[in-house]
Design a protein around this ligand. Structure first.
Ligand code: ZN
Length: 364
């Protein structure tokens, strides 16, 4: 099957969060920022940061807005969304704020959408490009993915406290760079094949510009940012990488489109051996597989691979826990990646499960 099978739309588009703020101790401005949107916010705090965030959040909001704080239970399920929605209605919340990692943030996005209130997102890790997006991944109670909830609008505000991000384990920042690495490679594939982005239009040129800047930022500041994060000495490089992981990658993937790297990530998730690894770590191997499928220049391939090695991203299946991959395992990954209608067909090259298996063998 060739790419371009969904390039029906002549419309081009881009989407962005309503407002984006980033800086050290940005959390101190939370109350002031919330008050632009409402007076009775429900704050959904990730259980992982429940202890450390309650007091600073209360201080930041004191005398500015009447806050209601609720601890997120851990998963972004229909049940958890319904529970928090009821809670928000009981306290007559007029704005929903999510603080934490991906699942808590996605839950807050869904609750705000159901209640038709403004939505504020405060990521406490930079492990993926999800915070700025209009997408929430809804899980079943057994931990499997139920569906992707595509929202009509992006968060109204994304507030990023870089001091908080610097306190989180460096592995999250590295994984975020793996996710951000895919953005240019996939947007470029969509551009070459005239494929649609995640909201069904072709991307505007600004999407490719942002995706390119995302990649250049990773190469220029990635290693230094990791050193700053490890030393808990946040500096300019870390600021640049936080911007790349959260904002540039977020706009780049949503407006530019996704392709083989994420399709192969979905395939890798079929193997339980990979479940201990973060989204961006699996995406990094997906990027290398994508570049092999694209027959990218050896120079570019080596540059990406050496970057991954330098910051500690996996570059092989065995580094994702899949040692001596069997033909059955490879075909499971390839079949999932190549499901009919999958984003892998946004590539501008011929895609077959057999080709995917061959590149995976090269990455054993
Ligand atoms: Zn991703």
């Amino acid at each position: 099957m060739f790419a371009g099978n969904q390039n029906q739309s002549r419309m081009k588009g881009a989407r962005f969060p309503g407002r984006y703020l980033q800086g050290q101790n940005a959390l101190q401005h939370l109350g002031q920022e919330i008050s632009r949107f409402g007076q009775r916010p429900l704050l959904i705090i990730d259980r992982g940061v429940w202890e450390i965030l309650q007091e600073p959040v209360r201080n930041a909001c004191a005398n500015l807005v009447d806050i209601f704080i609720e601890r997120h239970a851990g998963d972004c399920t229909k049940q958890e969304i319904a529970r928090l929605q009821r809670h928000a209605q009981q306290c007559q919340a007029d704005v929903v704020v999510g603080l934490g990692g991906g699942k808590a943030l996605d839950t807050a996005k869904a609750v705000a959408w159901h209640l038709a209130t403004p939505n504020i997102i405060v990521p406490t890790i930079a492990a993926s490009d999800a915070p700025c997006s209009a997408l929430a991944v809804i899980y079943r109670e057994d931990g499997s993915v139920d569906h992707d909830l595509f929202l009509p609008r992006n968060p109204d505000l994304v507030l990023v406290d870089s001091a908080l991000i610097a306190q989180a384990p460096a592995r999250f920042l590295v994984a975020g760079m793996g996710d951000a690495l895919a953005t240019f490679c996939e947007a470029e594939a969509c551009r070459l094949s005239n494929s649609n982005n995640s909201f069904g239009t072709r991307g505007l040129p600004i999407a490719w510009t942002i995706a390119r800047q995302c990649l250049d930022t990773l190469f220029e500041f990635g290693e230094q940012a990791l050193a700053e994060c490890r030393d808990q000495q946040p500096g300019e490089a870390l600021e640049r990488i936080i911007e790349a992981n959260i904002l540039l990658s977020g706009i780049g993937f949503e407006s530019g489109g996704v392709a083989a790297a994420h399709a192969i990530h979905h395939g890798l998730c079929e193997l339980h051996e990979t479940h201990a690894y973060l989204h961006g770590e699996k995406v990094a191997v997906g990027v290398l597989a994508e570049l092999l499928l694209q027959q990218a220049s050896d120079e570019f391939y080596q540059r990406v691979k050496h970057f991954c090695i330098a910051i500690g991203l996996p570059v092989s299946l065995s580094q994702l826990g899949i040692h001596h991959a069997t033909p059955e395992q490879l075909s499971l990954v390839a079949e999932r990646a190549c499901k009919p209608g999958e984003i892998i067909y946004n590539e501008a090259v011929e895609i077959t499960p057999e080709r995917v298996i061959r590149v995976l063998q090269q990455l054993a």
